[in-house]
Every structure is written in structure tokens, then in C-alpha cells.
Write a protein that binds this ligand. Sequence first.
Ligand code: G3P
Length: 219
Amino acid sequence: MKFFVDTADIKEIEDLAATGLLDGVTTNPSLVAKSGAKDFKSLIKSICEIVSGPVSAEVAATDYATMRKEADVLRAIADNVAVKVPLTADGLKVCKELSDEGTLVNVTLCFSAGQALLAAKAGAAFISPFVGRLDDISTDGLQLIADIVRIYDNYEYFDTEVLVASVRNPLHIIESAKMGAHVMTAPPSVIKQLYNHPLTDKGLAAFVEDWKKTGQSIL
Ligand code: G3P
């Protein structure tokens, strides 16, 4: 499973990139606003220099003509930009055109299997189903991941990767991985939670204490 981080915070991206475990980055207008960045295009350029994998940069417009122009600007920033478009008729029209031209497209705001089918037919590189936001309205977000993975698996000619988004906790990641989702994007705090287990802490403390008793040094 590929790990993307869902943030527009350069420091957080640098920290995670240093672990060697980061495969890409996703941003959205809300995350850009939260980051305080004043120049979106420079921000995306900087992120693309830190991470060699796909960096999702989202269009701001909602009509076809403006989205298409914005997409052309965004994809020119760096080779690893994945243009992010909303799952609307206009968004998928832009997706089909860009995908046909070899540009990576991430179709966002997916909340149903039917929408995911449309994105695959439009040639999306990634479909982003929002697990947490479905859970928020008492709908099983992970069931949507299972449905999309199953549907895509039925058709060899669908190349779209399932990018689990709106991830709120480690279980969202683990259960999606069991289902075979290709990618997940999560806030840094959730990715860091994956490291933690109380038995690891307890075991390590015991090893440190016992090593002291040996009176030895490896170095
Ligand atoms: O990047 C899109 C998605 O991951 C947003 O997550 O937590 O705002 O629902 P959230």
C-alpha cells in the first residue's frame, strides 16, 4: 500500500519524507488555507521538490472551462503533479482530457461506487473515496472502499488506483489495506499513530534495562 500524507504543511511533509516511507502528498483548498501559504503554485513546486511521488494539487474552479485552464497551469508546475478535480460532470470531463494526454488525475469528493465507476471510465489515475466523512454521517465508509476495490478488480482495463481519503484513524488504513486499496492518504498525526503500541514501549524499556546489566557497549 502506498502512503501519501494529506497536508499542505511543508515542515510536516519534510519530516515524513525523511522517514523514507512517504510515496506522495495530497492537498486540497482547505489544507492550503490551513497552511497559511500565500502562493499556492510556489507551495506545490516546493512540495514536488521534496517528494518524488505524485503531489495532488486541486483546481479551485467548478466550471469546465476554468478548471481546464487551471489544470494546465497546475500540471506545468512539475512532472509529479497530479491534478485533483471534483467528482462532477465537468470535473470528469477535465479528467478524461488530461488522462488522455498522460497527466495524472486524482478525482476527489467520491462518496459512492457509481461515482468511482465514472472516474475509472474517465481514466483517473486515482479515485479518492472519503471514508471519514461517510462515517460522520453514520454511513460505513470502509464498505465503500470494499465495493470500489471489488468493482475495479472485475475489469482489467481499469487502471485507476483506490486512494483512501478522509482517513481519521489507523483502523481506516489497516482495514483498507486488507481490502487491497492501493493508496491511503492520512494526516501526519494518523500516520504517526501507526508506529505506536504499548507492548513495544514496554518491551523496549525492558531491553534497555537488561542491556545495562550486561555492562557492554556495541560501539
Ligand atoms: O484530502 C481530502 C480528504 O482526505 C479530507 O479529509 O478529514 O477533511 O474529511 P477530511
